[in-house]
Design a protein around this ligand. Sequence first.
Ligand code: BJW
Length: 236
Amino acid sequence: MKVTVLTGAGISAESGVPTFRDADGLWEGHDVEEVATPEAYAARPDVVHRFYDARRAALATVHPNPAHHALARLEEAIGDDLLVVTQNVDDLHERAGSTRVLHMHGELRSARCEACGARNRWHDDLGHRPPCPRCGAVELRPDVVWFGEIPYGMDRIATAIAGTDLFVSIGTSGAVYPAAGFVQHALRHGATTLELNLARSNGTCLFDDARHGPATELVPAWVDELLGGQGVRRGG
Ligand code: BJW
């Protein structure tokens, strides 16, 4: 059985990473247009760098939670038959032990050079305008995908979803495309679909099954269920 999991900010919420659109969300104090578009970055790079530098620094204070660990446990059990596509720019899946993770909206711990295109592992601030380690140009930006930009890995994601038996969406509001459309892509290709989210999302009615509650409870329970009773075996 092949499983594709889409994760969003809700899976990291109980680790202390703010979501985007909940009441106390990340963007409550920020105008989205001020920080999450290339135009905003061109107009006010200092504001944007401050915002992302603060979020990158905050990663050092958070840890993976039982939902991240459960997905790592699922990968241990079914290996290549699992792909985690995350919209999150944190690295909590990897720190929990997952290796098959595709960051479609980029990563906080990466800096992209607008001159040479290099994607550099990055742990420090960018606001003081360090040079690109690859080409020396002073054109490093957060390696994240803003509105109007093309998410990473779209071909690989489309192929994975087309061949998946089970598509599971965890902790995402379904407010942002193309991720919000993955469930329909999965359904068109005959997959079973499941939503695990704190509350109903914009797309809940599209899923075959939807369970609502905290990810730290729902995800470990679902992984137990899958590995316990459903006959999921590597290559099976
Ligand atoms: C819990 C929980 C707990 C809480 N347990 N659950 C008009 C119509 C349709 C589309 C468009 C349109 N106009 C423009 C577009 C396209 C646009 C778009 O979608 N706009 C919408 C606003 C309508 N999309 C784009 O521009 C994208 N690019 C694109 O489409 O390119 C064209 C193309 C695509 C494909 C192939 C070829 C070409 C780019 C989108 C980039 C999004 N970037 C951001 C910022 C990333 C950097 C950063 O982090 O700062 O990505 S926006 C932000 O939203 C971030 C997130 O990844 C993304 C999704 O948010 P998410 O994860 O769902 O978080 P929330 O807060 O919304 O929801 C959290 C959920 O968790 C809630 O439901 C809670 O209930 C739940 N929750 N606690 C379980 N404990």
